[in-house]
Design a protein. Structure first.
Length: 211
C-alpha cells in the first residue's frame, strides 16, 4: 500500500495565546503569527511555518467565544502552561484511516476557519490519546493549506520523538494509519514516566528541541 499519511503540524496548547506565543518565541526564537478562530469549539490559534506543508499551531481557549457546550480538543480545558501536547497527521482518506487504526481516535467531524476547511478526529471527552503520543488525524478539503499563507521564519521540522512506556503499541498505531515514519522515532520510556513528544527543529539560532 502506498503511504498516504504524513506529519501535518505540531500542537502547542496554552491557557492563553499570549503565553503560548511567548513560550515558542523563547524556545525557537521565532514568533507565531495570528491564525484565527474556531467558532464551533471556542478556540483560537497562532501559526508558525516549519517548512513545506508543515507547521506549528499554538492553540488556546478563546475568552471571547461562547462556551462550546462540549470539551475542547487537545485537552485544552485543562491547559495550565504552554507545552508541546500532541501532533496532527494528514491523511488522504480520514474515514479509512480511522476504521483501520489500532486505537480509537474518536469521531470524524468537519471544521473550518475562513477559507480553510477540513475533517478532523475528536475524542468524545477532548482528551489526548496515549497522553498525546497518538496523533490526531486531519484531511484537508480542497487545495488550500495553512502553510501557503505563512511567512518564513527560518524554522524547519527535522524529527519527532515519541516517548511512551508501550512503544510497540505506538508503532502498531503508526503502521495502521499508513504513516511515513522517516522523521519519527518511537522510544521506550520508564513505566512511571508520562508520555511525551520531543520535536527537533532547525531555527535561525541553531537546532532546538521543543517538548
Amino acid at each position: 500500500m502506498n503511504t498516504t499519511a504524513t506529519i501535518d503540524h505540531l500542537i502547542v496548547t496554552a491557557p492563553n495565546l499570549k503565553a503560548g506565543v511567548h513560550w515558542v518565541r523563547d524556545v525557537l526564537g521565532a514568533t507565531p503569527e495570528l491564525g484565527g478562530k474556531h467558532l464551533n469549539i471556542g478556540t483560537h490559534n497562532c501559526l508558525l511555518s516549519l517548512g513545506e506543508s508543515t507547521y506549528l499551531e499554538v492553540i488556546s481557549p478563546d475568552p471571547n467565544a461562547p462556551d462550546p457546550g462540549r470539551p475542547r480538543l487537545f485537552g485544552l480545558d485543562n491547559a495550565r502552561q504552554p507545552r508541546l501536547a500532541t501532533w496532527v497527521v494528514k491523511t488522504s482518506d480520514i474515514h479509512r484511516a480511522v476504521s483501520g487504526c489500532t486505537e480509537t481516535l474518536g469521531a470524524v467531524e468537519p471544521m473550518s476557519r475562513g477559507e480553510l476547511s477540513w475533517l478532523i478526529t475528536f475524542t468524545s471527552d477532548g482528551s489526548l490519546l496515549l497522553g498525546g503520543v497518538a496523533p490526531t488525524l486531519i484531511e484537508w478539503q480542497g487545495k488550500s493549506h495553512p502553510t501557503q499563507r505563512m511567512r518564513d521564519e527560518g524554522c524547519k521540522l527535522l524529527s519527532i520523538e515519541l516517548h511512551h512506556s508501550e512503544p510497540e503499541r505506538v508503532e502498531r498505531l503508526l503502521q495502521s494509519i499508513n504513516l511515513d515514519t522517516g522523521r519519527i522515532a518511537v522510544i521506550r520510556s520508564e513505566s512511571e514516566m508520562p508520555p511525551r513528544i520531543v520535536a527537533t527543529i532547525e531555527t535561525g539560532q541553531g537546532v532546538k528541541n521543543l517538548t
